[in-house]
Design a protein around this ligand. Structure first.
Ligand SMILES: [Zn+2]
Length: 61
């Protein structure tokens, strides 16, 4: 999952894969306490998702 936050200082969008220790890349303001603006599901761990689907089918069949 990738998270997007809006910096209240410079109003720039900041994208990070972690919600912890989040300094603004533009003005360096600490954004870790700011609310998440948007979450984006990534395909990074697609193999895990495929495994989960297989397992689910087996469980409910
Ligand atoms: Zn900023």
């Amino acid at each position: 999952m990738v998270y997007i936050k809006i910096c209240p200082e410079c109003e720039s969008r900041s994208i990070s894969a972690s919600k912890e220790e989040w300094p603004c890349p533009h003005c360096n303001k600490d954004l870790s306490e700011e609310p998440v603006f948007r979450e984006i599901r990534t395909q990074k761990e697609w193999w895990k998702t495929a495994e989960t689907k297989k397992n689910k089918k087996r469980v409910f069949a």
